[in-house]
Design a protein around this ligand. Sequence first.
Ligand code: C5P
Length: 238
Amino acid sequence: MTDPLDLAREKLIVALDYWNVEDAKKLVRDLGDEVSFYKIGLGLQLVGGNELARELIAQGKRVFLDYKYYDIAETVQRAVAQAAKLNVTFLTVHGVASIMKAAVAGRGDSDMKVFGVTVLTSMDADDISEMGFECNVEDLVIARARKALEVGVDGVIASALEAAELRKHASNKLMIVSPGIRPTGGARHDQKRVATPFEAIRAGADYLVLGRPIYAASDPKAAAQGIIREMADALRPD
Ligand code: C5P
């Protein structure tokens, strides 16, 4: 049986939400072999994010490009095809059917996995009501996950709070990546729908994304190790 700690390490994605690639590279060096999967988002996109992705992949790391594409189908298809050429492992688009469909077409036969963002974990019922949705957050997440399954994307980005419900509706056919993870007793920052690493894994999330709880910690490596231990505990049978 695979050691739960090794399995947990495979499932941890660290968000490189920095202002520049130098700081991001420093964190990657500091975390060493403890972390093998990194998320590059919009904050680095215009300051060398794509080159950083190439560099990390050359070092044997996996990269999740979190650019959350939202545009007309033609443009999304083109953008996704370009991302696939970078050899990144995961890419996000918004969880709207036409966009996800275009992303699947753009991905073609590459190995890159495409994820639909259901509802941002920084949003709550008031936010989605302001967007014009007359339902609760969970219903919107489930509806979008159903669409994701229908159009053939590989997974969804959803809070761990919805992961268990998603598993019921989408069985194991959709991968679930959950941001908004806060270690027990940690600060919530701007995240509204949060869960601990233990809760998220138990709820059925396949991968956890953590940013500030690791990169803003006084000792990021120790913080990552603590989170990996919490995830491993959840992977062990009771
Ligand atoms: O620092 P923190 O752990 O809150 O970072 C979470 C990361 O996950 C950020 O990079 C954020 O952009 C991303 N994310 C999210 N909610 C989503 C999708 C992505 O917080 N639904």
